[in-house]
Design a protein around this ligand. Structure first.
Ligand SMILES: *Cc1c(COP(=O)(O)O)cnc(C)c1O
Length: 367
C-alpha cells in the first residue's frame, strides 16, 4: 500500500458553487479567482469545472500561461498586473487583461506599442491601503490610460478590493463603497459612458448586493468554504470541494500518564487507545494545530493529541475504541468544515487549502 494521504477534489461541487454565485449575483459577470493553484485544489481541473465563468483571475503571468497552455481561451486577469516591462509584451501576446495599480505600470504601458486591443483594470485604493491609486490620483491615471491608442473605451475598467468584507457590519465596507462609487462616477462624466466596475469578493458577493456592479470576483466560495469571519449568517448552500484524508497506520493501547509525541505535549488522562495517522505538516496539515483539533475517524469526530510532526499525527480514540489500522481519517472537507479546523488552528480556511503540499496527490471526481 502506498502512503494513504490524498486530497479528494469534487469538481461537481465547484460547478455547484458557481451556480450559487450566479444566483446571488444574477446581474453580474463572474471573474472566478483561481490564483495559487486554485486555492490548492489544482488549477487546470478546477478551471475546466468553471468553464461557465466569464473570466478567470490569477496572480502571475506564470499562472496565466499555464491556463493558456492548457488551451483555455477565456479572459484572464492578472490581479497585480505585470511586475516588469518585459512581462508586458508576453502578457499582451497572450491576451491577458492587466490590473494597473501603480505609476510605473502606467509608464510601461505608455512606452508600449501594440496593434492588439488591451483590457486594463485600474485599481483604486478605497481603504484596503495595500495596492492601488488614491481616488484623487486615480482620475489622472484614468486619463493617461484613456489616451493609449490600444486601449478602447470599453476596455478600461475599475477595480478595488475590500478590507473587511468578511465582517458584515464593519463600517469600512460602506466607506469603501462610497469612495468607489464616487471615483467611478467621475470617470463616467469624463468619457460620457459608464465603465465596467468590480469590487466584490466572495463575502461581499453573498452579503452586499449593492457592491456587485458589473463584475464579481469570487474565490473562496467556489471552493465551498464560507467567506465570513463568523459563520452564522450565511444561508447559502456551498459544497466543500476538497476533502483531505488519510488513514490510521497504527493503533496502540497507552497507559494513563504516558505522553504522546514530540515535546511530551499531551498526556493520556487514562488507559486508552491512541491512533497514528499518516499525515503531517509535510503535507500541509498545520503544525500549530493544537490538541483537540477535530477530525473524523470512520465518520465520527475525534481529537488531535499532541504535536503535529512532519509525516504523522496522533489521535485520541477514546470514543472510537474499535478503530484499527487502515481506517479512513478525514482531516477536513465533507463532514468536518475546513473553516472549523481553521478556527481551532487560529488561521483561515484559505491558508489551510493553499497549504496542501505537492506531495499530496489530488484525486478528481466529477460523479
Ligand atoms: C483573492 C482575491 C479575490 C477573491 O477573494 P475571496 O475572499 O477568496 O473571494 C478577489 N479579488 C482580489 C483582488 C483578490 O486578490
Amino acid at each position: 500500500m502506498t502512503r494513504p494521504v490524498r486530497a479528494r477534489i469534487d469538481l461537481q461541487a465547484v460547478t455547484h458553487n458557481l451556480s450559487v454565485v450566479r444566483q446571488a449575483a444574477p446581474q453580474s459577470r463572474v471573474m472566478a479567482v483561481i490564483k495559487a493553484n486554485a486555492y490548492g485544489h489544482g488549477v487546470i481541473p478546477v478551471t475546466r469545472a468553471l468553464m461557465k465563468a466569464d473570466a478567470f483571475a490569477v496572480a502571475s503571468l506564470e499562472e496565466a500561461m499555464q491556463l493558456r497552455e492548457a488551451g483555455i481561451s477565456h479572459d484572464i486577469v492578472l490581479l497585480e498586473g505585470v511586475f516588469d516591462p518585459e512581462e508586458l509584451e508576453l502578457a499582451i501576446t497572450h491576451q491577458l487583461q492587466l490590473v494597473v495599480h501603480c505609476e510605473e505600470q502606467v509608464s510601461w504601458l505608455e512606452g508600449f506599442k501594440s496593434g492588439a486591443s488591451v483590457h486594463l483594470w485600474l485599481k483604486v485604493n478605497t481603504g484596503m491601503n495595500r495596492l492601488g491609486f488614491s481616488p484623487q490620483t486615480a482620475l489622472a491615471m484614468w486619463q493617461r490610460l484613456q489616451r493609449l491608442s490600444y486601449v478602447k473605451t470599453n476596455c478600461l475598467r475599475w477595480l478595488s478590493h475590500l478590507a473587511c468584507a468578511d465582517e458584515a457590519d464593519n463600517p469600512l465596507n460602506s466607506t469603501q463603497l462610497v469612495r468607489f462609487t464616487e471615483v467611478t462616477h467621475f470617470s463616467e462624466t469624463l468619457q460620457g459612458t459608464g465603465a465596467e466596475r468590480s469590487l466584490a469578493n466572495s463575502a461581499a458577493l453573498l452579503t452586499r448586493p449593492d457592491m456587485h456592479f458589473e463584475w464579481v470576483r469570487p474565490g473562496i466560495m467556489l471552493y465551498g468554504a464560507s467567506p465570513m469571519a463568523s459563520n452564522h449568517e450565511l444561508e447559502v448552500e456551498l459544497q466543500p470541494v476538497m476533502t483531505l484524508e488519510s488513514r490510521l497506520i497504527a493503533v496502540h493501547q497507552r497507559a494513563k500518564g504516558e505522553t504522546i509525541g514530540y515535546g511530551q505535549d499531551w498526556t493520556c488522562p487514562q488507559d486508552m487507545p491512541v491512533g497514528v495517522v499518516a499525515i503531517g505538516y509535510g503535507d500541509g496539515y498545520p503544525r500549530h494545530a493544537p490538541s483537540g483539533t477535530p477530525m473524523l475517524v470512520n465518520g465520527k469526530t475525534v481529537a488531535l493529541a499532541g504535536r503535529v510532526s512532519m509525516d504523522l499525527i496522533c489521535v485520541d480514540l477514546r470514543n472510537q475504541a474499535d478503530a484499527k489500522a487502515g481506517d479512513i481519517v478525514t482531516l477536513w472537507g465533507v463532514g468536518v468544515p475546513v473553516e472549523k479546523v481553521a478556527q481551532h488552528v487560529g488561521t483561515i480556511s484559505y491558508e489551510l487549502l493553499c497549504g496542501v503540499t505537492s506531495r499530496v496527490p489530488r484525486f478528481y471526481q466529477s460523479n
